[in-house]
Design a protein around this ligand. Structure first.
Ligand code: AMP
Length: 218
């Protein structure tokens, strides 16, 4: 059983690296942001509660975030473990998490703020199947269309200059201290996130003393 938390500023590749790691090790990838986005897209009651907050780049209330995490982990479908991305994001969430779950390692994807804007503003998502693209590093074959399902590529509602500035500010104010706390308590592995996807994955696996991946392509 492997239980990891993955940290990093917006655009550091948390989702991408968590997916690669999970796919290869049969871990469950739990992205709190993805769960909230699913609720917004599907017009659920929770979606209605969080939509505006998310679009503004602010943090959803702790009770809602903790509820989502608890409900997801309570499914106990993670026989081989999990990678949790986007949680905990502040001191209270960290306290809740440490009280309820023990983790093996914390992965920190280290990206300078100067690189964040360039990456995030180039990010696109397929509106139909959710596949990620990036107009710098991973362009679709046909402009604006998903290579996999032909769906329309859109920007996340919170990938705007304004919301991004707020998300970065909150990250440094509230999430940086959580990382510092984990550094004192747990085994934190910091990896330079400026490299390409494959190199970052290789480096973090080496740092976690994991075997070479079964699946080679990103
Ligand atoms: P992410 O995809 O991780 O960037 O998350 C997108 C948005 O979802 C954030 O900007 C928040 O509005 C909300 N969110 C995700 N995780 C949390 C969390 N742990 N606590 C509060 N809000 C969250």
């Amino acid at each position: 059983m492997r239980k990891y938390v993955i940290f990093g500023v917006q655009g550091s590749g948390k989702g991408t690296q968590a997916k690669l790691l999970s796919r290869d090790l049969d871990l469950v990838h739990i992205s709190v942001g993805d769960i909230f986005r699913w609720h917004v897209q599907n017009h659920t009651k929770l979606g209605a509660q969080v939509r505006r907050i998310m679009a503004a780049g602010e943090l959803v209330g702790d009770d809602l975030a903790e509820g989502v995490v608890r409900e997801r982990l309570d499914l106990h479908d993670w026989n081989y473990g999990f990678v949790i991305d986007g949680f905990p994001r502040n001191a209270r969430q960290a306290e809740f998490f440490l009280e309820s779950y023990d983790i093996d390692s914390v992965i920190h994807l280290d990206l300078p703020d100067g690189e964040v804007r360039r990456r995030v503003l180039a990010r696109r998502l397929c509106a139909r199947c959710g596949m990620d693209y990036n107009l710098i590093a991973h362009r679709p074959e046909e402009e604006g269309r998903c290579d996999v399902c032909g769906g329309e590529l859109v920007a996340r509602e919170d990938d705007t200059e304004e919301a991004l500035a707020e998300r970065l500010r909150i990250y440094h104010e509230k999430t940086d201290p959580v990382l510092a706390l984990f550094r004192r308590k747990e085994f934190v592995v910091s990896v330079d996130a400026r490299a390409d996807i494959g190199t970052v994955q290789k480096n973090l696996r080496e740092r976690l003393a994991l075997p070479a991946p079964r699946v080679s392509e990103p």
